[in-house]
Write a protein that binds this ligand. Structure first.
Ligand code: PGA
Length: 245
């Protein structure tokens, strides 16, 4: 099985970096693959798509967010799923803990984003993950199941989904869970989908301090379908090493 390797640039980069990094990725058969996904700030997606077209590149683009509103109209500052679709975006990250924390996104907002994306043909990368406190008081399996339950409310048809497990205490900290702890949650996700969404094929990603040093062990875990890489994806050498595993 090919693994899905998603770079999450977050609010980083500029035009020079987009030009440089995408041309590096285009020239290397390891990164020039449809299983490599670059999640860039919205403002650069159009330029990125032009670079991809010019180089006939195979890697895919993702947005880091999408509007909860689907219609065109008076929603200042918002970008809807069909706009992303039009500029060649294939994936969209939904439910990242940074948006849950800093933008207060949850429940119905995330559900709308999932619905709108699926209805526009974008592939959601739905993120779940617990805070340290929840991990330490041992209620994380319950907490993560409740985050997954949102998927049961989706009305749009779908038969594929990418779900990323990103423990909040691991994001940007350099702390990676024990391999058996990652496996435990990946198994929870698989069991949940098998039980409640048996027609859906899932790709389960791990995210949180993934680096060129630990990606090999993580990607070799049973059930892990790929990784979502933040900080390490900003360095083309590190990211290429991760993609080469
Ligand atoms: P990190 O971020 O790799 O820098 O920990 C991952 C993420 O937030 O998606």
């Amino acid at each position: 099985m090919n693994k899905l390797i998603v770079a999450n640039w977050k609010m980083n980069g500029d035009l020079a970096k987009i030009n440089q990094d995408l041309s590096i990725y285009s020239q290397n058969s390891i990164t020039n693959s449809p299983d490599v996904v670059l999640s860039l700030p919205n403002v650069f997606l159009s330029t990125a798509q032009s670079i991809i077209k010019n180089n006939n590149s195979q890697f895919k683009l993702s947005a880091q967010d999408v509007s909860q509103f689907s219609a065109f109209g008076a929603y200042t500052g918002e970008v809807n799923a069909s706009m992303l679709n039009e500029v060649g975006v294939e994936y969209v990250i939904i439910g990242h803990s940074e948006r849950r924390m800093y933008l207060g996104e949850s429940g119905s907002v995330l559900l709308n984003k999932l619905e709108n994306s699926l209805n526009s043909g974008l592939k959601p990368i739905f993120c779940i993950g617990e805070q340290l406190e929840i991990r330490q008081n041992n209620t994380y399996l319950q907490f993560l199941s409740e985050q997954l339950e949102l998927l049961l409310q989706i009305k749009a048809p779908f038969n594929e989904l990418v779900i990323a497990y990103e423990p909040i205490w691991s994001i940007g900290t350099g702390i990676v869970p024990k391999m058996e702890d990652i496996t435990e949650v990946i198994n929870l996700i698989s069991a949940f989908v098998q039980t409640y969404l048996p027609h859906v094929k899932i790709t389960a990603l791990y995210g949180g301090s993934v680096s060129d040093k630990n990606a090999h062990d993580i990607l070799n875990l049973n059930g892990v379908g790929g990784v979502l890489v933040g900080g390490a994806s900003l360095n083309t050498d590190n990211f290429t090493t991760i993609c080469s595993i």
